[in-house]
Design a protein around this ligand. Structure first.
Ligand SMILES: *Cc1c(COP(=O)(O)O)cnc(C)c1O
Length: 354
């Protein structure tokens, strides 16, 4: 390896997540599918209420917000956003007010009651504003700016965290996760052939794609889209990595001094997404996806979620069953959390299990 990764000049970070998370080999699942050996990176164990991938990004994003003197966190997402829930809980843990701008109104939700992540948003004391779907989609930037301006008029500096904390700052979260994975791989004497993640706002995929180059994993990172298409993710992941490079490439001067390898350019050429398993749209899970969730729960005692990990995992097993990965020995699936999103699906799950 020519990149001296121990010389990376890391930015400020808060210790919020329970790390490192375990890497586990799924023997029963691998035997059942008869394809490559499947490993799972348990980022669903990164915390209790903070569970999932968002807390890794928030460690850097919120450190950045605090360093610039912000006292309030504003962010946005769907009604069952894991990112909004993680931000609400982080805010409560740090004593920072959190203001959430959510897409959808309560009567648009599966049921008119608080459930899953939305219940936790309220428990954690976040201020929650609901916007009708169209209004949100058309005017999100204006809405966020207006909320921020209201705090400013009240002499409070607020920081807007973008959807999923997916930008050049949040990207550090999965660069750091790759440092951890490098250690997981070493201790398991594992050289993976493919790393798989669900991809939604693209930041996890972006961080893994860049981190895989920095830490020389020598394998592809593949995002299974849960919304939007391959062209969208190519643009979004490119934008996040490019913003990261502009902001932080000086922090890699020492690490890259002894090589003329351009890791940023290599990462930009290695953006791979599969958009065949989105189904009917974001946060709409088919019975097939729910069946895969039930199957893995029973086979390995690991629970996935209907919006992200269940869809990505369902896509992965379809691809394995179609023989697309027959040439691979080891696949690492990153379990990005989301379990609270199961609860609004309880009625459909109950029907499938009886
Ligand atoms: C947000 C989320 C993802 C997708 O991560 P992005 O960085 O937004 O692409 C995957 N899984 C879960 C459970 C999530 O909450």
């Amino acid at each position: 390896m020519t990149i001296k990764t121990d010389l990376i000049d890391w930015p400020a970070k808060l210790d919020l997540a329970l790390l490192p998370t375990p890497l586990q080999r799924l023997d029963r699942l691998s035997a059942k599918l008869g394809g490559p050996t499947i490993w799972i990176k348990r980022d669903d164990l990164s915390g209790s209420l903070l569970s999932g991938n968002k807390v890794r990004k928030l460690e850097f994003t919120v450190a950045h917000a605090k360093a610039e003197g912000s006292e309030v966190l504003i962010t946005c997402g769907g009604l069952q956003s894991n990112h909004c829930r993680a931000t609400a809980v982080v805010g409560a843990q740090l004593g920072m007010p959190v203001h959430l701008v959510l897409r959808g109104t309560l009567d648009e939700a599966n049921n008119a009651e608080l459930d899953g992540n939305l219940l936790l948003d309220h428990l954690a004391g976040a201020k929650v504003d609901y916007y009708a779907r169209e209004d949100y989609q058309k005017n999100l930037k204006n809405i966020l700016d207006r909320v921020k301006e209201d705090y400013r008029l009240n002499v409070q500096k607020a920081h807007i965290i973008p959807t999923g904390a997916s930008d050049g700052i949040g990207l550090w979260g999965y660069v750091a996760a790759c440092k951890e994975l490098a250690e997981n791989f070493r201790s398991n004497q594992l050289s993976p052939d493919l790393i798989v993640t669900a991809t939604g706002s693209g930041g996890t995929q972006a961080g893994l794609t860049l981190g895989a180059k920095l830490y020389d994993f020598g394998c592809e990172v593949l995002g299974f889209a849960v919304c939007d298409d391959n062209a969208y993710f190519k643009r979004k992941v490119t934008a996040d990595i490019t913003e990261f490079k502009v902001r932080y490439s000086h922090r890699f001067n020492d690490a890259l001094a002894s090589t003329d390898q351009d890791v940023f350019a290599e990462a930009l050429m290695a953006i791979h997404t599969n958009d065949h398993y989105i189904g009917d749209g974001y946060a709409i899970a088919s019975d097939d996806v729910l069946e895969s969730i039930i199957m893995l729960s029973r086979l390995e005692g690991i629970v996935l979620d209907p919006v992200y990990t269940g869809k990505a995992f369902h896509g992965l097993i379809q691809e394995i069953q179609q023989g697309r990965f027959d040439h691979l020995k080891n696949i690492v699936f990153v379990h990005t959390g989301g379990g609270f999103g199961l609860f609004p699906y309880k009625d459909r799950l109950q029907k499938l299990m009886t």
